[in-house]
Write a protein that binds this ligand. Structure first.
Ligand code: TYC
Length: 114
């Protein structure tokens, strides 16, 4: 939808040739895609250093940010590690789950609509 529409109609209704011009302001509709929170869940077995590596590798966080988030998950049970469009969130979850499985750690990563 454009911000302004120009309607051409015979509003003057005089039956004569030529249209009256009506300028109608319409609200521009900004479309934002739904966003998804990606979360890491705590468990008793995955090594802390492994979780830090996951955060650095797949979420582009620096070491200090990764340690902080890992400790939040460890203490609170879970933490949001990022918010992404659907396909990106889905890819991150798959990458983390695959990396954890290949290294035989029970680490769980999930996503949820914001
Ligand atoms: N609780 C784990 C430990 O004590 C560490 C851990 C942190 C595991 C975050 C998973 O998402 C996690 N080794």
């Amino acid at each position: 939808m454009t911000a302004f529409e120009i309607k051409l109609s015979d509003k003057d209704d005089d039956g004569a040739e030529g249209d009256a011009t009506t300028i109608t302001a319409t609200k521009p509709k900004t479309q934002r895609p739904p966003m998804y929170k990606v979360m890491l869940l705590n468990d008793d077995y995955t090594p802390m250093e492994f979780v830090v590596m996951v955060l650095e590798r797949f979420f582009g966080l620096n070491h200090a940010q990764s340690v902080e988030i890992m400790l939040t998950v460890h203490k609170k049970g879970l933490a949001v590690v990022g918010v992404f469009a659907f396909e990106i969130a889905e890819t991150k979850v798959a990458q983390v789950m695959d990396f954890a499985r290949r290294n035989q750690h029970p680490l769980q990563c999930t996503m949820e609509k914001e």
